[in-house]
Design a protein around this ligand. Structure first.
Ligand SMILES: C[S@@+](CC[C@H](N)C(=O)[O-])C[C@H]1O[C@@H](n2cnc3c(N)ncnc32)[C@H](O)[C@@H]1O
Length: 180
């Protein structure tokens, strides 16, 4: 009986966290697994590159990319930024068992308040940002990145960034992938 009670409380807490504006300002929804290969290709993994997943969710993209980089013996760095405490727990557990964990950093933070410059400068000369966030936050995120970093590329899943239209390349998977 006590077990059922705690299970109920746990479920309630999880639902609360996932529906709260504070812990989940942009709802959690993973990229479609069927598009994963196309996404990895779009990220164009290289040496001296740092890849950010802004709002990394359960790490579907970042861990697959880190695995590919490990197999190709690249020394690409990966940073997963997440705000939801449950997803952070999952990210940290997955990182612990990952073959390329030395190149993966999990950061608890708000993507709109991050100091990207501090995170990139010493590690790599090219930053790539993977975004799968609500479309109305894309321009805000871009302007935050632009203010801090000179050389970067962006891969946006499902939603285009209007102000970057001229530089846009589209890969059509189950959902479109926009590369800038
Ligand atoms: C649509 S999901 C994408 C998950 C993952 N990138 C993927 O493609 O599978 C958006 C994620 O962003 C996280 N998130 C929302 N607002 C955030 C913020 N301000 N700072 C950091 N992460 C945030 C959510 O918790 C959620 O996991």
């Amino acid at each position: 009986m006590i077990f059922v009670f705690f299970l109920f409380i746990l479920l309630f807490a999880i639902i609360l966290i996932f529906s709260s504006k504070k812990f989940s300002p942009i709802p959690y929804f993973p990229s479609n697994k069927k598009d994963l290969d196309l996404i990895l290709r779009a990220l164009n993994l290289k040496k001296n590159q740092i890849i950010f997943d802004l709002g990394a969710g359960d790490g579907l993209v970042i861990f697959a990319a880190a695995k590919k980089s490990h197999q190709k013996k690249l020394d690409t760095k990966f940073i997963a930024v997440e705000i939801n405490p449950i997803l952070l727990l999952i990210l940290n557990m997955r990182r612990f068992f990952h073959p390329n964990k030395k190149n993966i950093k999990i950061i608890r933070g708000d993507i709109f308040k991050m100091n990207y410059n501090q995170l990139t400068s010493k590690q790599a000369n090219q930053a790539t940002f993977y975004l799968y966030i609500s479309p109305w936050y894309l321009e805000k995120t871009l302007s935050n990145i632009k203010k801090q970093i000179k050389k970067f590329s962006i891969v946006s899943y499902m939603y285009p960034i209007k102000s970057l239209k001229k530089k846009e390349r589209i890969v059509n998977g189950l959902n479109s992938i926009y590369i800038y």
